[in-house]
Ligand binder design. Structure first.
Ligand code: MIC
Ligand code: SF4
Length: 643
């Protein structure tokens, strides 16, 4: 990995460890971000750590997910986060300002810096040349408290871009193409680093679309060089002083090289229900659609929305289609208002909604029963839209807008419509949505805690004999949306684990919570890529609350595996993947000498019902082993403090 941008930034930030793929390193974290749906847990944990000011250069708490206030719960969470932010020197971004990743790119991201965020799409910052990593909330709380993060060094995949995107093609098609090549588990343990002459043809926000959706590959992060386009973007935000050029050396060592010729791409769509289920718009054909949703942290930039406005200008949204647009930030929305683009959208018949995550996380705008929805978002997992039988397709803003007019999935190139180049703009500075923590501290600001905020569950140190009954046998690619679903009804309870526990796995197995209560101690058996998707640590904390002791899977998604370890739930891997077929519900399992077995990384699981024994392993790093033995990260930190 020598000579890559990834290597250079990690080396610059290295606190300890050896910069070789697979090794455990600790790096300095310059910036953190949180959002509200994971943030309440983060800030409960930060308060539990008894810190004074954060140790990072900059930490920001955004409110963008739980903005639908149908009761007091979300507003209480916002007030709680704001109070903790003020106590510890964290900037607070009020609801309405926009989506965390878009806002961070505009206002705070700096090439060459490290960013850790409690949201899986934090790699959006890679569009600016940052090492930006998504993590579980507790890891972000620790990064704020200690200014560091421990991770396994990823491999660096070089993605060489050549050529130039043709009209009606966009950055979304680039990342959908890569998802088709690599699948949703193709990026695990890797950083995708982009290079080649095609890079200069992409703006920072195009790059950010690509690095954002690198999360769907399971990658640790994705990163672009910082060049003249980066300087221009920072200048457009009044931040040219933050520009730092960054590129890989000509003899950079990549673990693997992929090549994408931008000139050859065609409009693509990810079909239901996975971001890697990609086909061309032409192959899918002109299916009738009911809803089009444009926005999310993937595709809500100024240029994306200006392209949409150009397509909508003087045209009419098809009578059978509901078109919803959620701009990425208040700055973008006010620009669209000033230059008339907003009027084109409204006159065409669009529903323009708040600058927030909104429909992307099922916070409103659920499609009709069996509805077909085209979305410019990054995830189309079953049920995520809020409608269990909806069919969600992921497409570019261009494809979304023209399809909204036509009423059917449409390849814009076939319409003969000329799409003009969109000029970048200069944004006005606007801090009016930001609460600055200056003048506030622990002494003069109490924590504001509403009745919906409940303590988080804590595990106990690992026992020597771990016993549990199988409470779920899951397939490949189980998502954290499956484990702990999110929608407008559940998101207000992200600070209330007991309430959420009634809904764990309920979209795929309604009986799960009740079965856990009977079993008291449970084990989950799963296929490959267990826990893909969101960084929500609720997908570990809720199972912990329900008594889950360990998981045995064929493989794991990175963030969820860390969240399990941080909660003290042991993530085991089958030494022989075909052993998976032997397990059924209610089988009683036992791990003897568990503490030693975890130390030796040779964990034998005995099935007490069949008498058979199974070899499993964890590939735990030294830090992960200590966390598991202590019964979770908080316990480990407390143990260290007590010494
Ligand atoms: C998502 O896109 O799934 C979310 C909601 O942004 C999550 C965070 C969460 O579950 O709160 C993510 O991507 O990490
Ligand atoms: Fe918000 Fe959707 Fe982005 Fe998650 S993926 S941060 S819900 S816009």
């Amino acid at each position: 990995m020598k000579g890559t941008i990834t290597y250079k930034i990690l080396k610059d930030h290295l606190i300890s460890g050896n910069l070789k793929p697979g090794e455990e390193i600790t790096v300095r974290i310059d910036q953190t971000l949180t959002q509200d749906s994971t943030g309440t847990m983060v800030y409960l944990q930060l308060e539990a750590m008894n810190v004074d000011r954060v140790k990072t250069e900059l930490s920001v708490a955004y409110i963008d997910h739980n903005t639908l206030q149908t009761g007091y719960e979300n507003a209480d969470d916002h007030a709680f986060i704001e109070s903790v932010a003020k106590r510890h020197g964290i900037l607070f971004s009020k609801p309405g300002n926009g989506i965390c990743h878009q806002l961070h790119l505009e206002n705070f991201g700096i090439p060459g810096k490290t960013l850790l965020g409690s949201d899986s799409h934090t790699p959006t910052g890679g569009g600016l040349g940052m090492i930006a990593i998504g993590a579980g909330g507790l890891d972000v709380a620790v990064a704020m408290a200690q200014g560091s993060y421990t991770l396994q060094v990823p491999k660096v995949v070089g993605v060489k871009l050549t050529g130039k995107l043709q009209p009606w093609l966009s950055a979304k098609d680039v990342i959908l193409h890569i998802l088709r090549m690599l699948t949703v588990k193709g990026g695990v343990g890797k950083v995708l680093e982009y290079f080649g002459e095609g890079v200069a043809t992409l703006s920072v926000t195009d790059r950010a679309t690509i690095t954002n959706m690198g999360a769907e590959l399971g990658a640790t992060t994705s990163i672009f060089p910082s060049d003249e386009n980066t300087r221009a973007y920072l200048a457009s935000q009044g931040r040219e002083k933050d520009y730092v050029p960054l590129s890989a050396d000509s003899d950079a060592e990549y673990d693997q090289i992929l090549e994408v010729n931008l000139s050859e791409l065609v409009p693509l769509a990810a079909k239901p229900h996975s971001p890697d289920n990609v086909a061309s718009v032409e192959e899918i054909g002109p299916i009738s659609i009911h809803q089009v949703a444009i926005g999310s942290c993937t595709n809500s930039s100024y240029t994306d929305l200006m392209k949409v406005a150009e397509i909508l200008k003087g045209r009419k949204v098809h009578p059978d289609v509901s078109l919803v647009i959620s701009p990425g930030s208040s700055k973008i929305l006010s620009k669209l208002a000033e230059n008339g683009a907003l009027a084109h959208m409204i006159k065409a018949g669009a529903r323009v909604i708040e600058c927030a995550c909104g429909p992307c996380i099922g916070m409103g705008q659920a499609p009709r029963s069996g509805g077909i929805s085209l979305r410019t978002f990054n995830r189309n997992f079953k049920g995520r839209s809020g409608t269990a039988d909806a069919q969600v397709y992921l497409v570019s803003p261009e494809t979304a807008a023209i399809s909204a007019i036509e009423g059917v999935l449409t390849d814009g190139r076939k319409t003969g419509i000329h799409l003009p180049e969109i000029e970048e703009t200069i944004f006005d500075k606007n801090d009016n949505y930001i609460v600055n923590p200056e003048g506030f501290n622990k002494e003069n600001t109490p924590v504001v805690m509403g009745p919906n905020i409940k303590p988080f569950p804590l595990n106990k140190p690992m026992e020597d004999m771990v016993e549990a009954s199988v409470v779920l046998v899951g397939q490949d690619n189980i998502t954290t949306d499956d484990i702990m679903p999110s929608n407008a009804k559940l998101l207000p309870y992200r600070s209330n684990i007991p309430h959420l526990s009634n809904y764990c796995f309920y979209t795929i197995d309604e009986g799960f919570p009740a079965r856990c209560k009977v079993a008291e101690k449970g084990a989950i058996i799963a296929g490959a890529n267990y826990g893909q998707g969101s960084s929500r640590e609720h997908a570990a904390l809720v199972p912990l609350y329900l008594g889950i002791r360990f998981v045995i899977a064929k493989s794991y998604a990175r963030i969820h595996r860390s969240n399990l370890i941080n909660s003290g739930i042991i993530p085991l891997v089958f030494a022989n993947p075909e052993d998976y077929d032997d397990f059924s519900l209610d089988h009683r399992l036992r791990i003897e000498n568990a503490r030693q077995a975890v130390e030796d990384d040779n964990i034998i699981v005995k099935n007490l019902d069949t008498g058979k024994e199974y070899k499993t392993y964890g590939n735990f790093t030294p830090e992960e082993r200590s966390i598991l033995l202590a019964g979770g990260k908080i316990n480990m930190i407390k143990e260290a403090e007590a010494k």
